[in-house]
Write a protein that binds this ligand. Structure first.
Ligand code: PNS
Length: 163
């Protein structure tokens, strides 16, 4: 029984994340998508909103669960009795940060291994940051996020404009 955690901020989930979720859920017996509730950061979506969107877009994947976490990733992985942490690598620019993170996590908890999946080529440029920017300027989101997420982004941007 192989259980993995795919951690991230998912602010919001994109087609790039969904690609990694789908592919790793085929390899693992169980995949937990860990949604970071980082109190130091100011995300666009609350952790509850991010979890809800992830639940919606993964509802057809029976071995995927969405669970929020705070604190250290390795502590969350130990609590969940996960064997592996999954991360996606888009380009060489991701590598340095990901290497540092996986090595730090391994020092903190030698039982947790990090496995990398390279992002499918059609999503290699995509990030939540660019998606938020496109949404802020009212651009077409259909190539970047599932429809349910695009709807939530539009609602959020309209609400922000009203403030
Ligand atoms: O999608 P992101 O924002 O690149 O994900 C980063 C994440 C959530 C994987 C990372 O920030 C994380 O694991 N945070 C939890 C705190 C932690 O364990 N830090 C030590 C790792 S160096």
């Amino acid at each position: 029984m192989l259980r993995a955690i795919y951690p991230g901020s998912f602010d919001p989930v994109t087609y790039g994340h969904l690609d990694i979720i789908r592919r790793s859920s085929r390899i693992m017996d169980e995949l937990i998508v860990g949604v970071l509730n980082n109190k130091a950061k100011m995300p666009l979506f609350s952790v509850e909103e991010r979890v809800k969107m992830l639940e919606e877009v993964t509802k057809e994947l029976p071995n995927v669960r969405i669970i929020p976490f705070d604190g250290l990733l390795v502590d969350f992985a130990s609590r969940m009795e996960a064997d592996v942490v999954i991360r996606g690598l888009r380009a060489i620019t991701d590598f340095e940060y990901e290497l540092q993170m996986s090595q730090t996590n391994h020092k903190l908890e030698p039982n947790v291994e990090t496995m990398f999946l390279t992002t499918s080529i059609e999503y290699s440029y995509l990030s939540s940051t660019t998606v938020r920017e496109i949404a802020a300027f009212g651009g077409d989101l259909s190539q970047f996020v599932p429809e349910a997420v695009a709807v939530e982004l539009k609602k959020k941007m309209n609400a922000k404009r009203r403030v």
